[in-house]
Ligand binder design. Structure first.
Ligand code: SF4
Length: 469
């Protein structure tokens, strides 16, 4: 009976993790590996592999079709353009040391959309085929151009059947008019919260006065808008991180139970001030201790807390179709589904691509809002945007759950053809999937409780931890 190809990796319990191209996995020992590699499988091996979807009788039979279906459903298929990031201004009233977009000072002229650009943006939105739209306003500080936000919002509410707006703001200076806008039911607020006030001040607000204003405004946002309409993201310096408990406590103080930990990005101003190019090892250690702290907390708390990206990766392991995060998809085609319109009207496939272009490293623009999309650069780029044939990934048991991030590779190394294990992307994801599988195969009831909560099940399902002996 044919067996589908299996990739394997050592794990921390003397067993090996085996996985196929469709994301089916199990553990076994090195004796099984030898039998598999030498083509000397025993009847009990063949029965196990067949029963668990790793084998078939002939091409086209039910087992084969099932495997093909599972493989296909792991691939990301881009949909119509319905998510637009708008940058109406690059000006900002803060100067965070690791600002990834290289913002300009609040009073600098020439970094806002002019009337011609505003009209072109509205025309561009008007030509979209989608009936639903999500608009994310970034900057700079977008609340400095409340007038533009309102014009775009009013236009979208008429043009589309459903529209949703996210304002990414530093919540530093929120006028009465701005609060009125944020209180609208279709408007959501996203901000940065770098743990406790001391860390936030050191990394962002610099003065005690600005720090107090921010924390007052964040408390007001949660109270006026409700925690479900406010998201806050911490940016962590892996070389000097706050204690996990301090981050967790700060977020819980504001009723926010989903924490998306992000290391300082290797983009924009950040690359000059922080050693963020090769920090995967210390980042992974910090992240692992953060997950352990959440497991302890969830064991005794009736209000669970999650780390957003870890949970996203866990769900990608357990089921197909979790493609909601633009940094982790396969294929990860850029320039489809969403795009960025920058402060000068240039179009970019992603926010990171505009940063790489802004510092002059590579030009990843794809036209401008006046003359429309030009996909030449992006299409050449997309030819490499999948892991299915990558000479390293084809040997990795995590391939079906993982993805690619070529903009990150370009930004860090100036090339996209490094051996995968040398890249920050691969090192971070190898760690995350190692951690997920060590938890799936753990007997610890605390770990199992958190896994059940994070995977959306009433209790941990032991059949997820298959072992063939
Ligand atoms: S990037 Fe690394 S972890 Fe991801 S599939 Fe490729 S080899 Fe595996």
């Amino acid at each position: 009976m044919p067996i589908v190809p299996l990739k394997f990796r050592e794990s921390d319990d003397d067993l090996l993790l085996f996985a196929d191209d469709a994301g089916g996995y199990f553990k076994s020992d090195s004796k099984f590996l030898h039998r598999y590699a030498l083509g000397r499988l025993e009847p009990s091996d063949i029965r196990f592999l067949h029963d668990h979807g790793h084998g078939f009788e002939e091409i086209g039979d039910l087992a084969y079709s099932g495997f093909e279906h599972r493989f296909a459903s792991r691939q990301y298929v881009p949909h119509e353009l319905d998510y637009i990031i708008l940058v109406p201004t690059l000006r900002c009233n803060l100067a965070c040391g690791y600002c990834q977009v290289s913002r300009v000072n609040e009073n600098t002229p020439g970094f806002d959309w002019d009337e011609k650009t505003i009209e072109a943006v509205l025309r561009f939105l008007g030509n979209l085929a989608t009936r639903k739209i999500k608009i994310e306003f970034q900057g700079g500080e977008p609340l400095l151009r409340l007038d533009i936000i309102k014009r775009v919002r009013d236009y979208c509410r008429v043009k589309f059947e459903e529209s949703e707006f996210v304002i990414c703001t530093n919540l530093q200076d929120v006028s009465f008019e701005a609060w009125k806008l944020l209180e609208q039911p279709d408007v959501f607020t996203s901000t940065s919260l770098d743990s406790n006030p001391l860390t936030h001040q050191f990394q962002r607000t610099i003065t005690a006065e600005k720090t107090n204003t921010f924390f007052k405004n964040l408390a007001a946002a949660v109270e006026k808008l409700g925690p479900g309409k406010v998201s806050a993201l911490p940016t962590i310096n892996p070389h000097n991180p706050p204690l996990p408990q301090s981050v967790i406590d700060t977020f819980l103080d504001f009723g926010i139970r989903s924490i998306y930990l992000r290391p300082v990005n290797y983009q924009g101003f950040a690359r000059r001030k922080f050693d963020a190019r090769a920090s995967a090892k210390i980042w992974n250690q910090y992240h692992s201790s953060f997950i352990d702290a959440l497991v302890e907390l969830n064991w005794i708390s009736d209000q669970p807390v999650e780390e957003y990206y870890f949970v996203h990766c866990l769900r990608r392991v357990l089921r197909a179709g979790h493609n909601g995060h633009v940094d982790l998809r396969n294929p990860n085609l850029v320039g489809y589904g969403y795009l960025v319109i920058d402060h000068d009207g240039e179009l970019y496939p992603t926010d990171e691509a505009r940063m790489v272009s802004r510092i002059g490293q590579f030009d990843l623009s794809m036209g401008d809002v006046h003359s429309g999309l030009s996909r030449d650069t992006v299409d050449a780029f997309n030819a490499e945007a999948l892991n299915n044939f990558h000479p390293d990934c084809v040997h990795c048991p995590y391939q079906a759950f993982c993805g690619v991030d070529l903009v990150d590779d370009l930004s860090r190394y100036g090339r996209i053809d490094l051996p995968k294990h040398l890249t920050d992307f691969c090192q971070r994801h190898t760690y995350i999937f190692d951690k997920i599988f060590s938890m799936i195969y753990s007997d610890d009831p605390k770990v199992r409780k958190s896994l059940a909560i994070w995977s959306g099940s009433p209790r941990f399902d032991g059949s997820l931890a298959k072992v063939h002996r």
